[in-house]
Design a protein around this ligand. Structure first.
Ligand SMILES: Nc1ncnc2c1ncn2[C@@H]1O[C@H](COP(=O)(O)OP(=O)(O)OP(=O)(O)O)[C@@H](O)[C@H]1O
Ligand SMILES: [Mg+2]
Length: 331
């Protein structure tokens, strides 16, 4: 796919995932996990564990196997984790990664390694895409945004909130009909949030606070609703079309605090010719109070594609210029 502009994105604030440390590989290639899944290779690692390609010897198909590093190492936690995954399994949609199974595998130290198996998605994450190619124009971002919204809608319809919606959890799979966006890790953030002991793995909150809504950063006051995912969607749209996140800072904490203290800077400060519909929709997603945001992901897409351009729309929008155009680097 073309259209992402390289070198327009500053170094990430961390926690984006995608890369992995070789020491993270706890399951050697060829290991037979839970007498059923043969490890083919390590794909990547994130905050909560590793993701492997594996071969399901029973069904004879390739699957993705995600291990969980800590937090679910007793029977009660495993059972709770299983319930959360059952909830996520209610969502069947082409833009949501299918989850198959939850299991555990004994490690040499006697502790169970808890894992889930899911649809194997052959592609790259949106995080990797943005890192490699930078921002893209709205005409390329729109079909991706639409699929993200459709996946979120399907989950919200059955009462499932993602809670960790971010580019690292969005896989881009090239298919004959075009790029398919698949949302991964539904239910995982909730599982961890339920377990106080598991909230920090490496001193950071599980999930990526960079994308979290204010009500997730300071928990307890405001309920988590689908407007929480709408906020994260706004962040992802912002990053797709500008190549950067709205708030910059020396640390994740500084960026999180800015969300409470400062107004969200307009994406047009970064991309002056951005379609004003995108600017307005993104800023509305990022309203501090959930009630000020769009109340559904579908409303976001409706706003992005509204017919009548607002009165103060620029003469030529971002999309109208063509997305192969390369702008100068902001570095
Ligand atoms: N279903 C899948 N099929 C194929 N590859 C996947 C699948 N799910 C995740 N991956 C790959 O595995 C990598 C690690 O995923 P993981 O969820 O562990 O980390 P993350 O999403 O980057 O961070 P976090 O731990 O915060 O979720 C991803 O970057 C992606 O490349
Ligand atoms: Mg993930």
């Amino acid at each position: 796919m073309t259209g992402f502009e390289k070198d327009t994105r500053p170094p990430s604030g961390g926690g984006r995932g995608g890369g992995h440390d070789p020491f993270d590989q706890r399951l050697a290639d060829g290991t037979l996990v839970a007498a059923r899944y043969r490890v083919v290779r390590l794909i990547g690692a994130g905050a909560v564990g590793e993701v492997y390609e594996a071969h399901d010897e029973t069904i004879g198909e390739a699957v993705a196997l995600k291990t969980l590093r800590q937090g679910v190492d007793d029977t009660v936690s495993i059972e709770r984790f299983r319930r959360e995954i059952q909830l996520a399994r209610k969502v069947t949609h082409r833009n949501v990664c299918r989850v198959f199974d939850v299991g555990h595998h004994p490690l040499p130290d006697g502790k169970p390694l808890v894992f889930i198996t899911m649809e194997l998605l052959r592609g790259e994450t949106l995080a990797d895409r943005i890192d490699a190619r930078g921002r893209c124009g709205t005409d390329e971002a729109l079909p991706l945004a639409r699929q993200m919204a459709e996946g979120l809608e399907a989950a919200h319809a059955v009462g499932v909130i993602h809670r960790d919606f971010k580019p690292g959890n969005l896989m881009l799979v090239d298919e004959p009909a075009g790029t398919r966006v698949v949302i991964t890790d539904f239910g995982l953030a909730r599982t961890y949030a339920l377990d106080e002991a598991a909230i920090t793995v490496t001193g950071e909150a599980v999930g990526t606070p960079l994308y979290m809504a204010p009500e997730q950063v300071v928990t307890g006051k405001t309920p988590i609703t689908r407007a929480t995912d709408v906020y994260a969607l706004g962040n992802v749209l912002y990053e797709m079309v500008t190549g950067q996140l709205p708030f910059k800072g020396s640390s994740v904490t500084v960026m999180a605090i800015k969300r409470f203290r400062e107004a969200v800077p307009s994406p047009r400060l970064v991309v002056p010719d951005l379609d004003v519909r995108w600017e307005r929709a993104i800023l509305r997603c990022l309203e501090r109070e959930p009630s000020g945001r769009f109340q559904s992901a579908a409303e976001v897409i409706a706003a992005l594609t509204a017919d009548a351009p607002p009165p103060d729309a620029p003469a030529a929008g971002n999309a109208a210029r063509g997305f192969f155009r390369r702008t100068r680097s902001r570095k």
